[in-house]
Design a protein around this ligand. Structure first.
Ligand code: ZN
Ligand code: ZN
Length: 179
């Protein structure tokens, strides 16, 4: 996912990449740690052009991961999509005018580059990681597992008493009574 600096001009240049997650060290780490499994390569489309004293990259990416539901622990597939803007500044170059940084812009990532090419891979991997759900849910209203017998409650009631729920509910009622 590289481009030579001298190939970047004032007009947007469209770059289309598709690379296996294994080729990104940070994504491979996630896979090794069992956080998720990548079901298809990372597909990225980047528009790259020169602007003022920096290089602007407008991009989007898509991939599909298999993660485990944080409630019922079952594995499910999740499509990840992200759109982002990245500004590449040459090392040791300070921006002259702060207005040009457009700090108010959302999803703006500022990166320093050096040498005669830019490798987008680390930032692309970063974007993928940001899209990964912290607490994956197989569905919005996943019922999770029974704390007593471990039954997947999405598949049906197990018949155990929901003790903890009743205690919480009683505590809530007492609180209101005391007022
Ligand atoms: Zn679930
Ligand atoms: Zn149960």
């Amino acid at each position: 996912m590289k481009i030579r600096i001298d190939e970047i001009i004032d007009q947007p240049k469209l770059l289309v990449f598709e690379e296996l997650a294994e080729s990104f060290p940070t994504l491979q780490e996630l896979t090794d740690a069992g956080e998720c499994e990548f079901l298809r390569p990372i597909a990225a489309e980047l528009s790259v052009w020169r602007e003022y004293d920096h290089i602007r990259v407008q991009g989007s990416l898509a991939t599909t991961v298999r993660v485990n539901c944080s409630r019922c622990l079952s594995g499910f597939d999740s499509d990840l999509r992200s759109a982002f803007t990245m500004i590449y500044l040459k090392r040791k170059q300070e921006l002259q005018d702060e207005d040009e940084v457009e700090l108010g812009e959302e999803d703006l990532v500022s990166v320093v580059y050096e040498g005669d090419e830019i490798d987008f891979a680390p930032e692309i991997a970063e974007q993928v990681i940001m899209e990964l759900p912290l607490k994956p849910l197989c569905r919005e209203n996943c019922l999770g597992l029974c704390a007593t017998c471990g039954t997947d409650l999405n598949a049906g009631e197990c018949g155990c008493e929901r003790g903890s729920f009743n205690i919480k509910f009683a505590a809530l009622k007492n609180l209101k009574v005391e007022k």
